[in-house]
Write a protein that binds this ligand. Structure first.
Ligand code: NAD
Length: 439
């Protein structure tokens, strides 16, 4: 902070805005992609890709909206007949006729009229369905968080590379100008030497109406066994299934993975650690006193990265990512990009996001789905490749492991193992037979 104390806020911002000048010299490093995946032809690449939707629940239908406009939804699938019917209804409305509708995603994967799939199931299904899609020769858009546990991510990376598939992780903040500008400014030294990143994520948004919901028979429209899939068997309970699965360890990692897959992902991008990960993680957490759900209502995680930068993630703190360097601060969240001399609210001023032409320091995508479709055509890696999604999810899982065990976790980001053998089992989970993680 020393240097900025002598700068007025106005001159500090003026300096920041001059960022676009002379950036060419800063281009360096293994993670830099120039604008090479841009379609040069101007034709709409999506017309060539027939997309199947695995899950048409909350996010599934949202994701479908983009593809419906281009009329390239080729099939839908959901284990809940009501949600499946909703998906089909949206297809008929936008595309004028029905598409094949499946209850079992393996049938959709056998469908030769489907080139690629969008997976918007709960987290405990992501890895298995993505790997099976790769094996079936389909390209994949997989919702974040990419995984439920670390070993799944390793298997996903292997499958995507083995079957030469294009996988986009659904961390769509990577395709937003504000987040990219923040990352480019940090990486180009506009806040001096980066030493700390603060990540704020939300607390649990439980619905009190679910407090007293008892176990019951599953409703007739739901194939509950296929909803559970690889997760341990337990009787159906409405409060653990649609949307609220997020707050139970068998299906999700809570807000740590739900929102960490967005804001910790941006921290990784800014720190240029997409190819590595934290080396030391400590954490603490508080849980729901009434034990209505399992994941923390508050947590505080400290990460140390190999480049010496520390990340402090707090559940319940201001949402977004704050990069703190020895010459200034950048704060970014959805719709907000600010810069200033200190992280105090009154010291931070809005700054405009940069257009593509201004600076070319990182991979540029302004359309997360479009980038995936374009890469399906070019066979290049999308902006949020399987490795990136896996490394971000890994950091989220390590945060949860530190908080849940109360122990300091040491992580070898090269071998991708928890170095203390007595804690290593936290990187994996058993699948319920007959489901098996291909490794
Ligand atoms: N990128 C984002 O901003 C964003 C936003 C919201 C949700 N998400 C992610 O999307 C995923 C789904 O979240 P949601 O809120 O839509 O949940 P949801 O419960 O509303 O929908 C999940 C759907 O998956 C279906 N499903 C479950 N198992 C299935 C199977 N084996 N085959 C086919 N369908 C199956 C369910 O019946 C349900 O319709 C989560 O991983 C979440 O993190 C991402």
């Amino acid at each position: 902070m020393k240097n900025t104390q002598h700068l007025s806020r106005r001159s500090f911002l003026r300096q920041a805005r001059n960022l676009s000048l002379g950036m060419g010299a800063v281009l360096a490093g293994p993670n830099i992609f120039l604008n090479e995946t841009r379609a040069a032809t101007g034709e709409n690449p999506s017309e060539l890709v027939r997309v199947g939707f695995i899950a048409t629940g909350g996010r599934g239908v949202q994701n479908m909206g983009y593809f419906l406009k281009k009329k390239n939804v080729a099939a839908v699938c959901d284990v809940d007949a009501t949600n499946l019917a909703n998906g089909q209804k949206a297809v008929v409305k936008a595309q004028g006729k029905e598409v094949p509708a499946y209850r079992d995603y393996r049938k959709l994967l056998e469908d030769k009229s489907v080139d690629a799939v969008v997976i918007s199931t709960p987290d405990h299904w992501h890895a298995l369905q993505a790997i099976h899609a790769c094996q079936a020769g389909k390209d994949v858009y997989c919702e974040k968080p990419l995984t439920l546990f670390i070993e799944e991510g390793k298997a996903m990376v292997k499958a995507v590379r083995q079957y030469k598939r294009v996988l986009q992780t659904g961390s769509q903040q990577r395709s937003d100008q504000r987040f990219r500008t923040a990352v480019e400014m940090v990486r180009s030294g506009k806040i001096g030497k980066l030493h700390t990143v603060k990540v704020g994520i939300t607390t649990v948004n439980w619905d009190n109406k679910l407090d007293d919901v008892k176990d019951s028979d599953p409703p007739p429209e739901l194939d509950y066994d296929m909803w559970l899939g690889p997760a341990p068997y337990r009787p159906y309970n409405r409060a653990r299934v649609h949307y609220f699965f997020r707050f139970f360890w068998d299906y999700s990692g809570g807000q740590m993975t739900n929102w960490g897959a967005h804001h910790l992902d941006i921290a990784h991008w800014g720190m240029d650690v997409d190819h590595t990960g934290p080396v030391e993680i400590t954490g603490q957490a508080r849980y729901d006193e009434k034990k209505r759900f399992e994941v923390p209502v508050w947590s505080l995680i400290h990460y140390k990265y190999p480049n010496g930068v520390q990340v402090i993630l707090e559940q319940g703190a201001k949402m977004g990512t704050t990069f703190i360097g020895d010459k200034g601060v950048i704060y970014v969240n959805r719709g907000v990009l600010k810069m200033g001399a200190t992280e105090k609210e009154e010291d931070l001023d809005d700054i405009p996001p940069m257009k593509d032409a201004d600076i070319k320091l990182v991979y540029i995508s302004n359309d997360h789905y479009g980038n995936w479709l374009e890469c399906i055509k070019t066979r290049k890696d999308p902006i949020c490749s399987v490795e990136i999604g896996h490394r971000t999810a890994t950091a989220c899982h390590l945060g949860n492991i530190a908080a849940r065990t109360g122990k300091k976790i040491t992580w070898d980001p090269v071998k991708e193992v928890i170095t203390d053998p007595s804690l290593a089992h936290w990187a994996t989970k058993e699948y319920r037979p007959p489901w098996k993680l291909p490794v």
